[in-house]
Design a protein around this ligand. Structure first.
Ligand code: MG
Length: 254
């Protein structure tokens, strides 16, 4: 079911949005050569407790998961694209790290992700990250009343394909509200003018993710982490966005 939020509710959702944005800013600043992924998860956990927020991930247990996620942060390194389960790994020079974080503050959820390079970047990694961000920006720009979900999807897909990337549409954006995952689904490619009509009050995450040279993934033996089929690197960019009569409102803007 697709739910519409009142302007007052969207106003309430700003607290979750700015908290998630601030946590990602702190985590990005803390991501450096020699830092362990488990340290980043612990830092996120401390920030959650200090704010009196609730993790959306720690008890997350979808039908495909063998057990609850158990961490509060997704850390996807290099060929890991999505849902990276933090493990005992120390970041190395040149690692491409994606951080995906969702939390609930005062009953409302926000969800956001960012990719960065730790230490000395390779040009092709910076390009992948940049195109992924441009795809997110294009998707956000299309999130206006009168458009349809397909216009967001098409805008994302156009940026990615123009840059020569193929797109996996198995995982994409989703409605965000009292819980992390709701309707509508926001695919990362599609046809303009199709799908659910956008109107003020819709709140959803838009989250393009791209891999260097494939659109296929497999699940790591940890049961969660999705890795590129060919070992190429991946990037992810995500914001929680409210459709308003004044245009798209990025609740998780950093
Ligand atoms: Mg997310």
């Amino acid at each position: 079911m697709i739910e519409l939020r009142t302007p007052a509710e969207i106003d309430e959702m700003r607290a979750a949005g700015s908290f998630v944005a601030d946590v990602l800013t702190e985590l990005a600043a803390a991501s450096a050569v020699g830092v362990n992924l488990l340290d980043l998860d612990r830092l996120a956990h401390r920030l959650i407790r200090a704010r009196g927020a609730e993790s959306c991930y720690i008890d997350y247990h979808p039908s495909f998961g063998a057990s609850p996620f158990g961490k509060v942060l997704c850390t996807s390194v290099n060929d890991a694209a999505l849902h990276g389960l933090p493990f005992d790994y120390t970041l190395k020079d040149g690692d491409l790290l994606s951080l995906d974080f969702a939390a609930s503050v005062e009953g409302w959820v926000a969800d956001s992700a960012v990719s960065l390079v730790v230490g000395t970047p390779q040009e092709e990694d910076l390009h992948l990250i940049e195109v992924t961000k441009q795809a997110l920006d294009a998707g956000i720009a299309a999130a206006v009343p009168g458009n349809r979900i397909g216009d967001i999807s098409a805008a994302i897909g156009e940026v990615a394909r123009s840059a020569g990337f193929s797109i996996n549409t198995d995982f994409g954006g989703h409605g965000v509200g009292r819980t992390m995952h709701g309707d509508p689904h926001v695919p990362n490619d599609g046809r303009p003018g199709r799908g659910f009509p956008l109107r003020a009050g819709l709140v959803f995450a838009i989250e393009p993710w791209l891999m260097q040279s494939t659109d296929r993934v497999f699940t790591d033996p940890d049961g969660w982490t999705l890795r590129s089929m060919d070992g190429s690197r991946a990037a992810h960019a995500e914001h929680t966005v409210a459709v308003t009569d004044d245009g798209p409102l990025v609740l998780t803007a950093r």
